[in-house]
Design a protein around this ligand. Structure first.
Ligand code: G4P
Length: 527
């Protein structure tokens, strides 16, 4: 086992509110990773892809990426895997589940907006696993809010301590650069366009001639400000960062590519290498000899003519080699992997070998599902890859009633793939589809039409939320189901789901059935 290979892996995702600058900063990271030569090409690539692959009409029409892509690039002797999370108007369970496949995250905040709702939601997901978080406060080339106020907001709303590592000197048209608190250096803003990597002019020491020359009368004021910041904030502490209780904070502008490198340098240094993962048979260390991994995302029908699906597998331990045989734990079958794909920043390549922390894509015909575990033989099952209770529920009907069966098949397949929850009511056998974000209804209607040739209508329902029903005593679960048939449905695995009409209905039911649990998330059945 080559421990060095595992040690140098950094697998992370970026969380942010739409428009905070995730795409822009991704580009700059790729620039540092030498995966692109000129920033501005990721967006171009996005539109190229729409023009050529077309796997979903939606993407083209909206000009957004509904899918999660994976990019690998080298930086300072490390191998960085960046998992992109969809960040537009809408989002889906993919976004959440991507966060189960990373070891840390980068939180990008728009300095003029501060903490926004999407960030709060994504942060809640990170909390489930105490994921370490690095923070980049963006758009300092504009008039932004008082940085101290933004830090306060992060601390109070997101409930995490802030340890500023760099601090901005001015903002907007008066933005002069950043002060590196630990190194006692001023990195001078160069006013470049940010399309390439430029050398940064560094001034050693805040109390130096050069600093005085740069800042003039403002220097004294800035020194006071730094004292205030140091007094009011926390010092960086690696352990607290690793435990998700403290976030180092960096300031800059992604667009102008300034302050990003300082963040990236620390990121590869501090961000954890692949962490141990929990299974039903105890935790698995990334450096363990035998291969293991789990499926966290399925992207289906990339080519509508062939029913192909790519399962994205996060490697948790061992080394993967092309052609190797592995055990698909849920079915007990052996799979030979001859054509797995590794996602490099520029292109997809056939994966010859990969290590814990890497993501490989496995083309398959529907036998791999979200949450599935692959091993070299062990019968273990990774846990903590939840399905989320849908927040929006609608009824779905085929335009042609004779196609009800086809619709059922399509919905079950899409549910297996994790694209939505497909629920079949106990009474009437109607289909109710639940999603996390409203855009998913349109995506689903489009997919059912193009991939399964069934035209469907979604109809608003009066349902408020869905909860999986669990209980230690099987008889109580059955009794509950018998007495509440009008409010129950089966999910695609046949697990009972309670459909609440409103918040009161849910609360009342929870009160009436204290021995049952009404779950927002469901783990894959342990085999
Ligand atoms: P997202 O992926 O998080 O949704 O954000 P994205 O990077 O697409 O950035 C959203 C907008 O903010 C873009 O402008 C982008 O150019 C701008 N932006 C990102 N970083 C900075 C920054 O550091 N400073 C300033 N001033 N702007 C920044 P847009 O007009 O919506 O798109 P575009 O037409 O410029 O590409």
């Amino acid at each position: 086992m080559n421990i060095e290979e595992v040690d140098k892996r950094r697998t992370f995702a970026i969380i942010s509110h739409p428009d905070a600058g995730k795409t822009t900063i991704t580009e700059k990271l790729l620039l540092y990773g030498r995966a692109i030569q000129l920033a501005g090409t990721v967006k171009a690539r996005k539109s190229d892809r729409h023009a050529t692959s077309d796997w979903m009409e939606m993407e083209k029409q909206r000009g957004i990426s509904v899918t999660t892509s994976v990019m690998q690039f080298p930086y300072q002797g490390r191998t960085v895997n960046l998992l992109d999370t969809p960040g537009h108007e809408d989002f889906s369970e993919d976004t959440y589940r991507t966060l189960t496949a990373v070891d840390s995250v980068l939180m990008v905040i728009d300095g003029s907006k501060g903490v926004e709702d999407r960030t709060i939601k994504l942060m809640e997901v990170c909390r489930l696993r105490n994921t370490p978080i690095l923070t980049f406060i963006n758009k300092l080339d504009r008039e932004v809010r008082d940085p101290i106020e933004v830090l306060d907001e992060i601390e109070n709303i997101l409930n995490i301590k802030c340890a500023p590592v760099t601090w901005p000197i001015g903002m907007g048209s008066q933005f002069k650069g950043i002060y590196h608190l630990r190194r006692d250096e001023i990195h001078v803003f160069s006013h470049g366009k940010g399309e390439t990597i430029e050398d940064t002019n560094i001034i050693k020491g805040l109390e130096s001639e050069e600093a005085l020359e740069l800042l003039g009368d403002e220097l004294e004021e800035f020194i006071d400000e730094i004292e205030l910041v140091q007094g009011a904030s926390h010092e960086f502490d690696l352990q607290e960062y690793e435990e998700g209780r403290l976030t180092p904070v960096y300031f800059g502008t992604a667009l102008r590519n300034f302050g990003v490198m300082e963040m990236l340098d620390d990121f590869v240094e501090y961000a954890p290498s692949p962490l141990p993962r929990e299974t039903n048979a105890g935790s698995v260390e990334a450096t363990q000899e035998e291969f293991s991994g789990f499926v966290f995302k399925i992207q289906a029908n990339m080519d509508p003519k062939h029913r192909d699906r790519i399962a994205f597998v996060r490697l948790c331990s061992g080394k993967f080699k092309r052609g190797m045989k592995m055990r698909h734990v849920r079915s007990g079958k052996t799979l030979s992997l001859h054509n797995p794909v590794l996602f490099l920043a520029r292109d997809r390549e056939l994966a010859e070998e990969a290590w814990a922390g890497d993501i490989i894509g496995i083309p398959n015909h529907g036998n791999l599902r979200i949450g599935d575990t692959l091993t070299e033989g062990e019968a273990l099952q990774f846990t903590g890859i939840p399905s989320f209770a849908p927040e929006l529920l609608q009824k779905v009907r085929p335009d042609d009633p004779l196609k009800a069966k086809h619709l059922g098949r399509a919905l079950v397949q899409l549910a297996e793939e994790g694209a939505a929850r497909s629920l079949k009511t106990f009474i009437g056998g109607d289909w109710v589809v639940g999603v996390v974000g409203a855009l998913q209804f349109e995506v689903l209607a489009e997919r059912v039409r193009t991939e399964y040739d069934v035209a469907v209508r979604f109809e608003p329902s009066e349902l408020y939320t869905a909860r999986w029903v669990e209980g230690d005593d099987h008889a109580t679960v059955k009794k509950f189901c018998d007495e509440n048939r009008t409010a129950l449905a089966d999910d695609h695995d046949g697990s009972p789901v309670f459909l609440a009409r409103n918040a009161w209905h849910l609360n009342k039911t929870e009160e009436d059935w204290p021995e049952l649990r009404f779950m927002k998330t469901k783990e894959q059945e342990i085999v």
